[in-house]
Design a protein around this ligand. Structure first.
Ligand code: GCO
Length: 256
């Protein structure tokens, strides 16, 4: 089967945070299918082991590392482990994230902090550790996962909105500081996708109807529909793309 070298990830290793399920699980399989050796991440060692086993059973070069993206010591230790093992993380997908829906007037500061720490600070810390090695090698790809909320707010998801708006600007900050060292830092903004995180919304007939009515494509997105953008931003095809965010949202952000 002809593969275009522009989109060939052979010989590269990709770490995808939060890749035992949902969007991360779909993207990590897509990167493996494009030739990358992959490193699964999640907070649960059992969940990581199960995803690694599935990917290996499908014939892919898969390993795993369990850490919580809010645990800086664990992140530093994980990258020291990669160094010791001679594993160069060529591609980092900062996907791990949580959602917490509550009106701000009722929102505890601890819940605000938890969402922002996980979704935004985690991407910074892991990005910094990966970029230290990428800068030394003179190349690397960082793909941050944003959201429709990187552009627009929706009531009751303020910390998530703030964190995803921050992801868009963190992506540009990464480009500003690391592009000269051969790193391309970009983002993907998923639309309303069918994931566990959105189960409460999908199961709500009014919200489901709103998504289908508000989206030009008249449907929710499938996690595997992010793979194309993830492979593009992880491959040589994007070597002169930096600081960008690509919305995979069925057209939602483009229309009133
Ligand atoms: C919500 C959803 C959204 C989606 C996604 C949209 O409560 O509105 O969770 O935030 O998860 O981020 O891009």
């Amino acid at each position: 089967m002809a593969t275009n070298p522009l989109f060939d990830l052979s010989g590269r290793t990709a770490l995808v945070t939060g890749s035992t399920r949902g969007l991360g699980r779909a993207m990590i399989e897509g990167l493996a299918r494009a030739g990358a050796a992959v490193v699964v991440n999640g907070t649960s060692p059992a969940g990581v082991a199960a995803a690694v086993a599935e990917l290996r059973a499908a014939g892919f070069d898969a390993n795993g590392v369990a850490f919580d993206v809010t645990d800086e010591a664990a992140i530093v230790a994980a990258f020291e482990g990669f160094d010791k093992a001679g594993t160069a993380i060529d591609i980092l997908v900062n996907n791990a994230g949580i959602q917490f829906r509550k009106p701000m007037l009722e929102l505890a500061t601890a819940d605000w902090r938890r969402v922002v720490e996980t979704n935004l600070t985690g991407a910074f810390v892991i990005g910094r550790e990966a970029a230290k090695r990428m800068v030394a090698r003179g190349s690397g790809k960082i793909v941050n996962i944003g959201s429709l909320m990187s552009e627009c707010a929706r009531a009751t998801v303020a910390p998530y909105t703030v964190s995803k708006g921050g992801i868009k600007m963190l992506t540009r900050a990464m480009a500003a500081e690391w592009a000269a060292s051969g790193i391309q830092a970009n983002a993907i903004g998923p639309g309303y996708m069918v994931t566990e995180m959105n189960k409460a919304l999908i199961d709500n007939p009014d919200f489901d109807a709103w998504v289908k009515g508000r989206t030009p494509s008249k449907r929710w997105g499938k996690p595997e529909e992010l793979v194309g953008a993830a492979v593009f931003l992880s491959s040589p095809a994007s070597n002169y793309v930096n600081g960008q965010i690509i919305y995979v949202d069925g057209g939602m952000l483009s229309v009133l």
